[in-house]
Design a protein around this ligand. Sequence first.
Ligand code: 6PG
Length: 247
Amino acid sequence: MPAPTVHRLPNAPAAARAAAEHMAGRIRGDIARQGRCRLALAGGSTPRPVYERLAAPDLTRRIDWARTEIFWGDERSVPLDHPDSNYRMAEDALLKHLPVPPAGIHRIRSELPALEAAEDYERVLGDLPLDLVLLGMGDDGHTASLFPGRPEAAEGSRRVVAAEAPAPPHVRVTLTLRALAEAGAVCFIVTGRSKAARVAEVFCEIAAGSPRLPAARVRPGSGELDWFLDADAARNLPPNPEERSVP
Ligand code: 6PG
């Protein structure tokens, strides 16, 4: 498995721009190659500027959104209009600006009990792999809603499971490591000094071949794994000559 491609950007806005432009290229490539792109969006706060950049006319007008299907990597068990809803954030920052047909937007039905929502979403996701997944990382090394030490972060046969988070909103639904491993490509967007120690730990685990933290264990079989970091989040990483750093 090749090492992740690390994109080290000077600041968070630059990292968000780089991630959005990378995603736009991959979405266009998937559509050109296979006639569609199944894209899974990340939750949390970091992705918002990525979505705002992706929604900008110079990028979005070059994407055939009618051939793009939108999924989520995870969702909190809160109403759609709740400030913690990942769907709400993506709708506000990205989807309301795009001509994606409503049938192409597959939200996790967070109004259902989590176990039922997970089973429903696994049916919606089906057996086809996702083509591109955007992920964030918490300062504990979680990604999506796969938290360290939690059973749902273990290897398994499911693609979608109910999960429990140590911080509220506690009840979640999340893609599993299996669904992420099947993806055509995965992009992480991680910024801020609070994540620097964990980013370094993740890359140490990857380099040692002993990934333990959920974010370290995300390894798409395609090998297409890109990490977009700002200088603060990357500050504890050793300089890497192969790295793509933007001056
Ligand atoms: C979620 C996300 C989660 C997020 C990290 C980082 O639903 O919370 O899927 O994995 O990416 O917690 O969150 P921030 O971007 O807010 O730091």
